[in-house]
Design a protein around this ligand. Sequence first.
Ligand code: IPE
Ligand code: IPE
Ligand code: MG
Length: 240
Amino acid sequence: MSFFKRKKQITENRTLPTHIAIIMDGNGRWAKKRSLPRTAGHAAGSKKFKEIARYCNKIGIKYLTVYAFSTENWRRPKEEVDAIMNIFRDYLKDSANFKSENIMLKFIGDRSGMPEDIIKLMAQAEYDSKDATGLRVYMAINYGGRDELVHALRDIVREAIPAEEITEDTISSHIYTREYPDPELIIRPSGEYRLSNFLIWQSAYSEFWFSDVLWPDFSSDDLERAIDDYNKRNRRFGGV
Ligand code: IPE
Ligand code: IPE
Ligand code: MG
């Protein structure tokens, strides 16, 4: 099928998820396959993130959440964590690029656990892109779904909300993703079939899409396949 025909089919015959979430996994194995240091895999993964975010913006996805660093990833060797932080620094210094493309960038996770200079760069990147009206990218950094719920509960207790007034909405409005809808589609490449503490509250009724492709090799065609498969799913939400 020609590119133009395919494009036509994309816009006319299918429903786009409003919010896609991606677990960007497989950087280390991608590098190992090429006899490169794991760091090279993280650099390639960062490049891939920019490419896929641009593609999502182009086709009209409204929200993209990407899992970039988990609360558990601090368990990795210091050299690897330092290298990931450096890639992150470089990315943030460069993030004005997204602004010119009308992409908004925000972060979810516990940023108090991040290095000081990175916290500042994160705030600057959010400020710089705040008026963008295209894709909204939420990058999960020092993010853990359980940690997110702990923080939400602490806030709920601090606000002294009476127990009998606590509903599912109370929790949804105290988690990091409070300002945007739950993901309809969660994608995990790299051949792993688990959430690894990603969006555990928000994924209650998400559709999951797995692939053996390692994240740096993930392509816009893979994303298209995931969206096509999502369109074939029958979402019942407990009904019939
Ligand atoms: C994902 O790739 C990036 C982070 C977790 C920071 P990995 O580094 O987990 O890659 P694999 O799973 O070892 O291949
Ligand atoms: C999940 O990948 C976290 C990110 C992609 C940022 P991991 O590689 O850390 O997950 P596990 O350890 O395989 O579950
Ligand atoms: Mg991994």
